[in-house]
Design a protein around this ligand. Structure first.
Ligand code: HT7
Ligand code: ZN
Length: 871
């Protein structure tokens, strides 16, 4: 595929003011008649032909202003429809095409899921429905007529408000007509037809407008949509109060489908969701599932303003909507739950996904400047790092400045397709700040490595902080510049209290230093005793930070830091020091400081249980590997981590047992954050207590498994049992399968758990699981749960020295590429950190990637990942 470059952006030559679609649904021959009111763009190239995008369409006819167009007047290929330079500046083009939704295995465009019809148009799926200028800067008002057999599809939905519906005389068919008054790009178009049950509700906006809400699910699953509905109403209210944004149509519908390439899609007024992010009941969903539903429901709803009312000029600007909307959903969840615990969880995700991406060959800027396949840029960098950049902006500008900038951005660009420059200009103008240096965060890839060295001068009663920053070269960017780092900090006195911050003779109103140079020093004065530095509080900048803090300092921070994130981070830092040395030397150093810090956290009655669970969870194998960075042996990482877990479990056996017992409750299940936090700590205690696999511990896990009245506790017990090769494991796995064989979303958990067993037999187990009737390569959730979990969540077995794990993944990717390239490409990106492996495993991964790269007939998606991974 040829690269697309940001620098080549040109405004569209033709605009489409209105789109009238008439879609007559049929399993194999859906007829689409589109009437486009085309208008020459005064800002586009003069005399340009009309070029409409297409993908795999069967063209039936073309008419211009009502008159059929002769073959010579246009040129049609499956990829485009070109009208030779029209003389008129405005006209109506009518195009009739046929598409086959049943044969659409890519799940882009119009396809079928469990017999229902649905669409996915972002990024470039609308062209698989009809010929159209399929780019986000062409905004149109849509009127859509949907027709189908009434028995096959009693429910017919599209964007906007319902205008009319009725039968089609003497045919057994019926229709609905939907009108969306808000101009939108084609990627936000959606249509659904099928046999679905509506869960109804309503919402009154703060200005008093009533909104009809509907969540459509498979019949029989209605009761599982109530949490999603509650989350939706909370999201709608939150966007009004936190950002002043109100909903703008008479209806808001969500449809849950079981075949979906990603999490969900923000189509205007008609969100389409992977059912994983809608359906929940205490018996089938874990606390993590509930939290995921809340955040994805919120995320898609928030796109109504950050993405839909203000959209992206081109796909390079993807972070404009995605980074901002992730930031907004993170803030929403923080307000609904515990802010520190949410921040810790978000930073864990950021480091696991984005730092890893940035440290490998797939590294790219938050706003890339070139792509071959846009589907491959829905990445942790665009989403999660994009959100961090917005968060830094807020830290720099303060609450009020940030809100003023957001308001100006929305006011100025409502109904527009905007750029990152437009976004930053709104903040710069609203606050008077020069953000030109800050803008580098969008263009420069890589995670800055920051070294902070603190020194106390007793005679001068001052503390000098030297900060150095450096970003290592990343793919395509050999030269790096210093970025602007807003570092929130505290200096903690011996009594554990934050000292007043005096810098350059003045009191600091906000505890934030702004680092703009490669090397910078800050001298804080008026300090009577040596303080302990707490830097990058709340993870205010997305950096790799190393400091000259001693183990004792970290123990002190873990006990006293007023910033809960840094308390957590001090615990992680202590553990990582031990794990890195242990993996390198094959022997764990003395873990007493960590053990004592952990004991304090565990027994501190003032701390939130959810926080304790995060602080006491050891860094994962992938995080340890990322810290080690070169010549990683996953077996050594695993062994060391397991050894440290055993040390903690043995030393803290008594308080862990007490914690487990104290948190045992007979209260009925509630998914609220406080109850979820208690369960997370109790299940963490169970995990430590079972690490030695004594018969007593296994029996406790078995008892929890059997007695649980909710999926969180049942699955946590199963997860613990799955780690130990005992008859109890076999029994529990068989029982779980029997209980939930008819519940695919629960079976996903069962598949995923088995894929992550760190044992020799797992690869054969995974292969065997692919043959079960509950597994299907055509369902992305199943594939991700089994194959994805194996590749990402089981480093020792995926990176087996024999190369069998690598070969297995490549076999799956090549098989899947023919039917669903997008999912295949995502699986292949599991190799993204292969260069950090030790030489033999690295060579095996490289051979596997090369096997992909030389395969003829690869999709653009998979070819792009293979080539970039090898670059
Ligand atoms: N904006 C949505 C992205 C998305 C998507 C992209 C490519 C192919 C399929 C897709 N499904 C959804 C989701 C979001 O970030 O809100
Ligand atoms: Zn999004």
């Amino acid at each position: 595929p040829v690269p697309v470059r940001l620098a080549d952006y040109r405004p569209p030559a033709w605009l489409v003011d209105t789109v009238d679609l008439d879609v007559s649904l049929h399993p194999t021959a859906t007829r689409v008649i589109s009437r486009l009111a085309l208008r020459r763009n005064p800002e586009g190239a003069a005399d340009a032909p009309v070029v409409l995008d297409g993908d795999g369409l069967t063209l039936v006819r073309v008419a211009l202003d009502g008159a059929p167009l002769a073959g010579g007047a246009y040129e049609a290929t499956p990829q485009s429809l070109t009208l030779r330079a029209p003389t008129a500046d405005r006209f109506v083009l009518e195009v009739e095409t046929l598409v086959n939704p049943t044969a659409n295995t890519r799940l882009m465009g119009l396809y079928r899921s469990s017999g229902n019809y649905c669409t996915q148009c972002e990024a470039e799926g609308f062209r698989r429905i009809t010929y159209f200028p399929d780019r986000p800067d062409v905004l149109s008002v849509y009127t859509v007529r949907v027709e189908a057999d009434r028995a096959e599809a009693p429910v017919l939905l599209s964007n906007g408000n319902l205008e009319r519906n009725g039968p089609v005389a003497d045919t057994g068919r019926h229709y609905t007509i939907w009108h969306d008054p808000w101009p939108k790009p084609a990627y936000l178009f959606a249509l659904v037809g099928g046999n679905l049950s509506k869960v109804p509700d309503h919402f009154v906006t703060r200005s008093g407008r009533p909104i009809e809400l509907g969540i459509y699910v498979e019949p029989g699953k209605e009761s599982r949509a109530s949490y999603a509905m509650d989350a939706l109403k909370r999201s709608m209210r939150w966007d009004e109060t936190a950002f002043g944004r109100e909903y703008d149509l008479d209806v808001f519908n969500i449809v849950a489908v079981s075949d979906f390439n990603m999490g969900a899609m923000e189509n205007k007024g008609l969100n389409i969701f992977n059912d994983k992010y809608v359906l929940a009941s205490p018996e089938t969903a874990t606390d993590a599932d509930y939290a995921g539903i809340e955040s994805v429901i919120a995320h898609e709803y928030f796109h109504n303003w950050s993405g839909n009312r203000v959209t992206c000029r081109d796909w390079f600007q993807l972070c404009l909507k995605e980074g901002l909307t992730v930031f907004r959903d993170q803030e929403f969840s923080s307000d609904q739950r515990s802010r520190p615990v949410k921040r810790i969880a978000d930073v864990r995700t950021l480091k696991a996904a984005q730092f890893t991406e940035d440290a490998g060959p797939l590294s790219h800027p938050v706003r890339p400047d070139t792509y071959r396949e846009i589907n491959n840029f829905y990445t942790a960098t665009v989403y999660e790092k994009g959100a961090e950049v917005v968060r830094m902006l807020k830290t720099l500008l303060g609450e009020d400045g940030f809100r003023a900038g957001m308001d100006l951005y929305y006011d100025r660009h409502d109904g527009d397709a905007a750029t990152i420059e437009d976004f930053l200009a709104a903040f710069a103008e609203a606050t008077g700040r020069d953000l030109s240096h800050f803008a580098l965060w969008y263009a420069q890839s890589g995670t800055p490595r920051v070294t902070a060295t603190g020194a106390y001068d007793e005679a001068a009663r001052s503390f000098r902080l030297d900060v150095r920053q450096e970003t290592a070269p990343t793919s395509g960017q050999s030269e790096k510049k210093p970025v602007m780092l807003p570092l929130t900090l505290g200096l903690i006195g011996p009594d554990g209290a934050d000292q007043p911050l005096t810098l350059g003779g003045s009191n600091m109103p906000h505890p934030v230093i702004e680092v703009t140079e490669a090397e910078q020093s800050f001298v804080f004065t008026g300090l009577d005793a040596r303080p302990v530095l707490s830097l990058n509080r709340g993870f205010s900048a997305p950096i790799n930070l190393s400091t000259n803090l001693s183990d004792e300092d970290l123990v002190f921070l873990a006990a006293h830091d007023a910033d809960p994130f840094n308390r957590f981070d001090a615990m992680q830092g202590l553990a990582l020091r031990l794990l890195k040395t242990g993996a390198a030397e094959g022997r764990l150093p003395d873990a007493t400081p960590l053990v004592e810090a952990a004991r304090r956290v565990l027994t501190d009655t003032t701390l939130d249980p959810a926080f304790k669970a995060q602080a006491l969870a050891l860094p994962g194998e992938n995080e340890i590997a990322r810290e080690i960075a070169t010549d990683v042996n996953p077996d050594a990482v695993f062994t060391t981590r397991r050894a440290l877990r055993a040390v903690l479990a043995e030393a803290l056996a008594a308080p862990l047992g007490e914690t487990y017992d104290a948190l045992t409750t007979t209260s009925p299940y509630s998914p609220d954050a406080a109850a979820a936090g208690r369960r997370s700590l109790r299940n963490l205690a169970l995990d430590y207590l079972t690490s030695g696999a004594t018969s007593e511990a296994i029996a406790r896990a078995q008892a929890q498994y059997g007695a649980a009245d909710n999926m969180t506790d049942r699955f946590a017990a199963l997860a613990v049992l799955s780690q130990h090769d005992t008859p109890a494991r076999t029994e529990a796995l068989a029982d779980f399968y029997r209980r939930f064989v008819n519940d695919p979303l629960v079976i996903d958990k069962w598949l995923s758990l088995q894929a992550q067993i760190p044992e020799e037999g797992t690869l054969e187990r995974v292969k065997a699981l692919t043959l079960l009737p509950v597994f299907s390569m055509s369902n992305p959730n199943r594939v991700r749960s089994l194959v994805g979990a194996f590749a990402v969540g089981n480093p020792t077995q995926f990176h087996r020295a024999s190369g069998e794990g690598h070969n297995f993944l490549v076999d799956v990717v090549l098989g899947l590429d023919a039917t669903n390239p997008q999912v295949a490409a995502r699986l292949l990106s599991a190799f993204k950190s292969f260069r950090q492996l030790e030489p033999a495993r690295r060579a095996s991964a490289e051979r596997a990637l090369q096997r992909v790269a030389v395969t003829p007939g690869l999709s653009a998606d998979v070819a792009d990942i293979a080539i970039r991974s090898l670059s």
